[in-house]
Design a protein around this ligand. Structure first.
Ligand code: SF4
Length: 340
């Protein structure tokens, strides 16, 4: 396999062989299996896939925020600046979270405390991590953070409670909280899914602007390829707990290799399509994690399925510069493979 050139650019986070299991009434299931990718400093990586594909579990594993005690990281590494976060004691993760890696979620109310004012919530991490700040400096810093994320009359809002804000404003407050300690990496898990289209565009714009100004690296978790096209430099496509394709965003959109990625792209609405064109869909359902077939997990939906797909698990092969795909259509002739 050829080297992934992005791995020798300037990686800030490297996930290798990540495997996560959940205990269920029917026994343990692997929600994520041998997932690997690299986030490059200053770039945006999108993780895309249908719900239940393991993208949020991957994000929570990086943060070591998996629900306890029913889930665990069974194998693999999450290496941040040379430190394997999987091997760190829980107490050490508290200094990583917020300061090195921060996360924002789809529903801000799940992260904001409804009974505390904005000032109390945003100043909290600053109080803990920067005890040298005086009361006045702390207040100025909170006002600056709220202003930076576009909250009008930031000073006047310090004593407001989350329920007094609109959904878009709450999302801005959550971003302000996430940015309080200037993290090197921001993980955004479907941050705009619950918002209307105009507010969605404003929030995406805000994240892009913050990234340009700060040089922060971003991981975008989404089911929306439109968001990926707008925001991301690199893309990881996940299906049923596995990575099926990795590439630069422009490569992925111009030359998708995996039949699942091709299906996702075909189901995207296009402005240049004739009116009343029906959108393509991927037939069938994602298999349940308790019910995974042997071989390729996409076999029951794949228009190119072959005999060997029913029994052999496809390994990732390199099909172009920084372009990897896990599909038997491409592993027959040393990774150069054939297209579908
Ligand atoms: Fe389709 Fe086989 Fe490739 Fe799976 S391995 S995506 S079933 S061609």
């Amino acid at each position: 396999m050829a080297a992934d050139v992005r791995q020798i650019e300037d990686p800030i986070l490297s996930v290798q062989g990540l495997t996560v299991a959940f205990d269920t009434e029917a026994g343990p299931v692997r929600a994520v299996e041998k997932v690997g990718f690299t986030l490059i400093k200053g770039r945006t990586l999108g993780i895309v896939g249908e719900s239940g594909c393991g993208k949020s579990v991957t994000a929570l594993s990086i943060m070591r925020l998996l629900p306890q005690p029913m889930s665990r990281i069974e194998g693999g590494q999450v290496v941040l600046d040379g430190i394997d976060l999987v091997a760190l004691p829980a107490e050490s993760m508290q200094t990583i979270r917020g300061a090195s890696v921060a996360m924002i979620f789809q529903e801000p109310m799940s992260a904001l405390n409804p009974v505390h004012t904005l000032y109390k919530q945003i100043s909290e991490p600053l109080r803990i991590h920067r005890p040298e700040l005086s009361k006045g400096e702390l207040k100025r810093e909170v006002i600056r953070l709220l202003t930076d994320v576009g909250i009008p009359d930031a000073e006047g809002r310090l004593s407001a409670y989350p329920h007094q804000l609109s959904g878009g404003m709450r999302q801005r407050v959550m971003i302000a909280m996430a940015l309080a300690l200037s993290p090197a990496i921001l993980i955004a898990d479907e941050p705009t899914t619950a918002l209307d289209v105009t507010v969605q565009a404003q929030i995406l714009d805000l994240i892009r602007r913050i990234q340009t100004n700060s040089g922060m690296s971003v991981i975008f978790i989404t089911h929306d390829l439109g968001v990926i096209a707008e925001q991301c430099d690199d893309v990881v496509v996940m299906y049923a707990g596995k990575v099926v394709e990795r590439a630069g965003a422009s490569t992925l959109f111009a030359d998708p290799k995996h039949p699942y990625t091709q299906g996702l792209l075909a189901s995207m609405p296009r402005l240049d399509a004739p009116r009343k064109t029906r959108l393509a869909t991927i037939s069938g359902q994602v298999p349940g994690l308790m019910d995974l077939p042997p071989g390729c997990r996409f076999q029951n939906r794949c228009p190119h399925v072959m005999e060997r797909c029913r029994s052999e698990v496809p390994e990732e092969v390199t099909v172009g510069e920084a372009h990897q795909v896990a599909c038997h259509l491409y592993d027959m002739i040393g990774g150069s493979g054939k297209g579908c």
